[in-house]
Design a binder for this molecule. Sequence first.
Ligand code: GDP
Length: 300
Amino acid sequence: MATFGNLSDRLAETFKNLRTKGKLSAADVDGTIREIRRALLDADVALTVVKDFTGKVRERALGDEVNKALNPAQQVVQIVNEELVEILGGQQRRLEFAKRPPTVIMLAGLQGAGKTTLAGKLAKWLAKDGHTPILVAADLQRPNAVTQLQVVGAQAGVPVFAPEAGNGVGDPVRVARDAVKFAEQKLHDVVIVDTAGRLGVDAELMKQAADIRKATNPDEVLFVIDAMIGQDAVATAKAFQDGVDFTGVVLSKLDGDARGGAALSVASITGRPIMFASTGEGLDDFEPFHPDRMASRILD
Ligand code: GDP
């Protein structure tokens, strides 16, 4: 994964130096932690996350589990791995389905984050798994959003519920509410609601997203964030958490050569799990997110 290439190389170099040592002194540990800290900051990971992470690694690395280990350096690498899994959210979190269908999944995020593409990916993935999803065009802000969702829906082979008038007109809250009723009647078991996003965080649109949330009572609200967003990840994620709140995070554009900081900050800053990763423009470039696998890829 291109995103973490540089961070991976830096950490590999750090651990290579560490492995040349037998017993580890406190100075060895501190030197290693300093290098890890720099590598994470250069990858755009948020400072609070870096501090928290290195604090935990340091405490454990200076403790008994390393002291008594047959191979102390290997043990430190293991600790870094475990703590990385933790900041990535610990256990994998799967989608929650409603006991009484339809399950409503609402998508939120900045414009261009990859929501509409994700809607298609998610729908296709769920349909393959035997579900009968519909996509809902509740982005009536962007001139072409409805058409774009219809194109994505056709590619995914999944129907799209859209306001009759088409692009840019109508009340998105009402469209979302009607879509849930439609799904109940037509026995679609999952409703995926695409919502509007702006280039920056925007109070009016945040309220609109909150209203859609209230009207549809979703089982999941997924916050889609572009991995390329770098240092802005924290402020953006917090704004969406305060404005709409969300139950999970989707990282998009993990195929790009971003430095990966967003990916490593967001779960820990918001306390919400990363549930999916989007890794390309195609509808199949999508996978459930496994914190342990991601940590292993970074430390490979
Ligand atoms: P929205 O405004 O949040 O609905 O974002 P879109 O779904 O329209 O995506 C914005 C652009 O990013 C489009 O050109 C997509 O093809 C592209 N895109 C979305 N997801 C990914 C991804 O995972 N990787 C790459 N490389 N491009 C993506």
